[in-house]
Write a protein of this length. Structure first.
Length: 271
């Protein structure tokens, strides 16, 4: 006759206690991973804005030693480097428009969006603060503003088109186990540089609300700020619509790319 284990009143069964302990450990590990991801987004965006706004800032401070081709290629190369560096940790969004697009597509949980956006803006403001501390008012040359000869409507249209292309490339290359590797890094970094080469004289080729608002806030110049919020967000949402047409429902691999998954953990697309 099997032995009967009596449970003391008020004390959980050993198996239940073990399950509760495992659940607590899992929650702790998840929280630790999320802090790592948020730190990666903050640092990655910091370095991106340091390069993007820093090119114009140093160019002004040095009286033209940083030319326009270098200024538009620098952020593209930095994006490439960051995808290789933090892609496995956070997904290397580095851009609020990308985070919102991933969430709208169904590759990224909406519950994690506020943390990512806060980290990205914190990194952007931090980079702009460093540039202001080092180069003073020259930071104004690193702002993205509509060209006077083009106007805000044209600048807005260009930001929509550029971000539509950028997010289309990102969603298309986020098909491996995570957003890292030759396809994602080279394609996304190359697109950022190419877009800047032809469109930076019109709008600054921002494609990134954090990149624009961080330096604008530190410089105290928020003119036409809405162009660099509405344009990238609208362009990103258009790219999401195209992704549904081209690829249908989001895949597990794309969700892993967007979320920054630890190599030992597998996930399914967020519901």
């Amino acid at each position: 006759m099997p032995a009967v284990t009596r449970q003391r009143p008020g004390h959980p069964h050993p198996q239940e206690a073990r399950r509760a302990s495992d659940a607590g450990l899992s929650a702790f590990q998840d929280a630790g991973l999320e802090w790592r991801r948020l730190a990666a987004e903050a640092v990655g965006t910091f370095l991106l804005v340091l390069a993007a706004a820093g090119a114009g800032t140093v160019g002004a401070a040095s009286h033209g030693l940083v030319g326009r081709p270098a200024a538009v290629i620098a952020p593209g190369v930095m994006v490439l480097a960051m995808i290789y560096t933090i892609g496995e940790t956070s997904g290397a969004h580095l851009n609020p428009a990308v985070t919102v697009a991933f969430a709208t597509r169904g590759n990224f949980p909406w519950s994690r969006v506020p943390g990512y956006l806060a980290s990205q803006f914190l990194g952007a403001v931090g980079a702009a603060g460093v540039l202001r501390l080092l180069f003073g008012g020259a930071i104004r040359a690193g702002l993205t503003v509509p060209a006077t000869w083009a106007g805000t409507v044209t600048a807005l249209s260009v930001e929509i088109l550029l971000t539509f292309g950028l997010v289309t490339v990102i969603l298309g290359t986020a098909s491996g186990s995570r957003n890292v590797g030759h396809n994602a890094a080279i394609a996304v970094g190359g697109y950022v540089a190419l877009a800047g080469l032809w469109a930076s004289p019109v709008s600054g080729a921002s494609m990134n609300p954090a990149r624009s608002l961080g330096p604008a806030f530190i410089a105290g110049d928020l003119r036409d700020w809405w162009v660099y919020v509405a344009g990238p967000l609208a362009g990103g949402l258009l790219a999401v619509a195209l992704a549904w047409v081209l690829r249908g429902h989001p895949s597990k691999a794309a969700s892993e790319a967007a979320q920054g998954i630890d190599p030992d953990i597998s996930v399914t697309p967020p519901q």
